[in-house]
Design a protein around this ligand. Structure first.
Ligand SMILES: Nc1ncnc2c1ncn2[C@@H]1O[C@H](COP(=O)(O)OP(=O)(O)OP(=O)(O)O)[C@@H](O)[C@H]1O
Length: 660
């Protein structure tokens, strides 16, 4: 077999889909075709992510590509079964069919591939058992099967090379076998599984805490919510109940809380993204989002970033040495070449391009009102945050003008937009990655599980930084407003809170950029919204001030808005009971002077959340007032002349050093 027979197989494959955006023709060298890589005169890689392939994968085509190493047809609309003939391609090391509509079982032939390293079949409609034959794939490094309909129990797969694994949101049940217990809880979400890293299968066994996603969402603020449907209490044996009833109750409580922490986020995320109420409904509807567009997903193991509340690995592609590719760009997604460029802002040297982005390792950080945000790790080591916008109804010209205005903003407390990509089907925004995640996860994440309290000095320095950022946005023009100020849009750049840049505002300008129904707040965003705002696009500077006031109240009370005191909104709750009793328990260790500062800050917050927009202060005034309050703290700490205050914590004003 040779390149000619490879070309025939490829043409037979593509022609079965009828009209596609893929233009392969015999008149050009096969190795220059879109998505094709050759080595030693054979086709070794076939990558056509998100090109709109619709229909069954044809039989007797791909099987003839006998030198193929990488097959990536992710993000298409492929239906029918996975062709068993893939198992005949003994050279295959990467198969990525993520997010299609494939049905049936995984062919056993694939499980005999001698050098398979990455298998990503996530987000399909595959069913059947997860066969014990997986154990034969001794070279397998990544196995992603999440969001399918696999049933039965997990087999004991002693795959020592496996470093990425996810079976979340299938129909599996029973114990997690010991060989898979080294993966964290996020690999097993949404199903009645038990055993490490989830709570043990027997209720009376001691509860081992699962490995929590580092920023698993919170805490006390959400305890009133219904637990996910997978949380089940099992019956207890009679003797044990008699003996240790109280102990068991406590253990169950802890287990349930841990479960809520682990499971709540992904459920929220999927459910929110698909506007449904449960993961299973989300599974059913997710195909809606699956059509046709390339996503920055890529290679390498998913990393557990602190900022990734939902570390669902979206990806996988090649680790094998890549062949030298022809100098073509953007071939993966099939749109016209001239427009397929990242447009960069600012003076920073351009060190990557769209293709690098598409090939980077990616991990979902979360889904918001405007789309999904990914952490992308570029091959050259750089890490960026990529927001993939959904439902942009703004005409191209207007989009480019608005995004340019956002891109030219420059302030130490505003997350810089570095580049964007625009075509009809896909809009990507590239931001600096903020490694410490959001204020929301810092404030609410892992509460009660032993994380150090977030002291007043740290909180006030975040408030001041965010206020500076918002003041800057408002200074651009009288109409310039953020429109979506909330704790998950305040991001932290590192652990050094003495750096003026350490807290920054994200998502600036997006409410105005994205037209249509997407301009609806998410993740509690509604609870930060000023009462006069019905559409985020109509947000004003005064409505930003309102949202900022809610944020202040959140930092002071430690309560996420919308959940305070059984669902009462924060401004009303604080107005009713304005007192230091409302301060976050984590702040109770602070001394009396600090409490006075907090109460001044609470007063300022209440002015910000006044119902009459005209009577709310400007951000300029808010900044001055916060500076006043912080200065008070400074003089107090100076007069104490010690680096450790009488609470045993760092002085309030030492806005320096590490906060954790
Ligand atoms: N530049 C970034 N660096 C690190 N994390 C980020 C970055 N941008 C966003 N994130 C995180 O990614 C997650 C998803 O963000 P995204 O902006 O898509 O949604 P959101 O903030 O939850 O909602 P909304 O779209 O309403 O703002 C959030 O947890 C956010 O803190």
């Amino acid at each position: 077999q040779d390149l000619n027979s490879d070309a025939s197989a490829l043409l037979a494959f593509i022609s079965s889909f009828g009209l596609t955006s893929v233009r392969w023709t015999r008149s050009k060298d096969t190795c220059t075709w879109q998505g094709i890589t050759c080595q030693s005169g054979r086709v070794t890689e076939l990558r056509l992510p998100g090109v709109g392939l619709r229909g069954d994968i044809p039989q007797s085509t791909l099987g003839n590509l006998t030198a193929l190493r990488v097959l990536s047809l992710r993000f298409n609309a492929l239906t029918g079964p996975i062709p068993p003939e893939l198992g005949d391609i003994s050279t295959l090391s990467v198969i990525n069919l993520q997010r299609n509509k494939l049905t049936g079982e995984i062919p056993l032939t694939i499980l005999s591939l001698p050098g398979l390293m990455q298998l990503n079949l996530a987000e399909n409609q595959l069913s059947g058992l997860i066969a014990f034959d997986f154990a034969k794939l001794t070279t397998l490094q990544m196995l992603y099967l999440q969001l399918n309909m696999f049933q039965g129990q997990l087999p004991d797969l002693n795959l020592t090379a496996l470093s990425g694994f996810n079976v979340s949101f299938n129909e599996l049940s029973g114990p997690i076998p010991p060989s898979l217990s080294r993966f964290d809880a996020t690999s097993f979400l949404g199903m009645p599984l038990c055993g490490k890293p989830l709570p043990p299968c027997k209720d009376l066994a001691p509860v081992e805490p699962p490995v929590l996603p580092p920023t698993a969402f919170p805490p006390h603020a959400s305890s009133s919510e219904n637990p996910p449907h997978t949380i089940k209490k099992h019956g207890l044996s009679g003797g044990a109940i008699a003996g240790i009833f109280i102990g068991v109750a406590a253990v169950l409580l802890v287990a349930a809380s841990i479960f809520i922490l682990v499971l709540r986020r992904p459920e929220q995320s999927y459910a929110r993204a698909y506007q449904v109420e449960s993961p299973s409904a989300a599974v059913a509807l997710r195909a809606k989002e699956a059509m046709g567009s390339p996503t920055p997903t890529l290679r390498g193991p998913p990393l557990a970033a602190r900022t990734a509340p939902v570390p669902v690995p979206v990806v996988v592609e090649a680790t094998p040495p890549r062949a030298v590719r022809p100098p073509q760009r953007d071939e993966d997604s099939g749109a016209s070449a001239p427009k397929r460029r990242l447009v960069f802002f600012g003076r920073l040297k351009k060190t990557y391009d769209l293709e690098d982005l598409l090939r980077a390792s990616a991990e979902v950080l979360g889904k918001g009102a405007f789309g999904t945000t990914y952490k992308a790790m570029l091959e050259m080591g750089q890490v960026v945050a990529v927001k993939r916008l959904k439902e942009v109804n703004t005409p191209e010209r207007e989009f480019r003008d608005k995004i340019t205005a956002i891109g030219t903003m420059e302030h130490p407390n505003v997350v810089p937009l570095r580049a964007y990509y625009y075509n009809r089907d896909e809009k990507l925004l590239v931001y600096d990655y903020m490694p410490m995640g959001s204020l929301s996860s810092l404030l609410h994440g892992n509460r009660g599980s032993g994380r150090p309290p977030l002291n007043w000095g740290t909180r006030s320095s975040i408030v001041l930084a965010a206020a500076h950022g918002l003041e800057y946005i408002h200074s651009i023009s009288p109409q310039s407003a953020h429109g979506n100020i909330k704790a998950s849009n305040i991001l932290l750049s590192g652990t050094n809170n003495s750096s003026p840049e350490w807290a920054r505002i994200a998502d600036h300008g997006l409410a105005h950029l994205v037209g249509g129904p997407a301009a609806v707040p998410t993740r509690g965003g509604a609870f930060y919204k000023a009462p006069e705002v019905t559409d985020l696009r109509r947000a004003s500077q005064k409505s930003d001030v309102y949202s900022f006031g809610v944020l202040l109240l959140e930092l002071l009370t430690g309560r996420a808005p919308g959940h305070a005191d059984g669902g009462v909104d924060l401004p009303r709750w604080v107005q009713q009971e304005f007192s230091d009793q409302l301060l976050d328990v984590e702040l109770l260790r602070e001394n009396q002077i600090a409490v006075q500062e907090m109460m001044r800050m609470m007063q300022l917050a209440m002015e910000c959340v006044g119902l009459d927009p005209d009577r709310r202060p400007t951000m300029e005034s808010v900044v001055r007032q916060i500076e006043d309050i912080c200065d008070l703290a400074k003089s107090r700490s100076d007069s104490m002349g010690s680096s450790i205050d009488d609470t045993g914590e760092r002085p309030l004003t030492s806005r320096s050093g590490k906060f954790l």
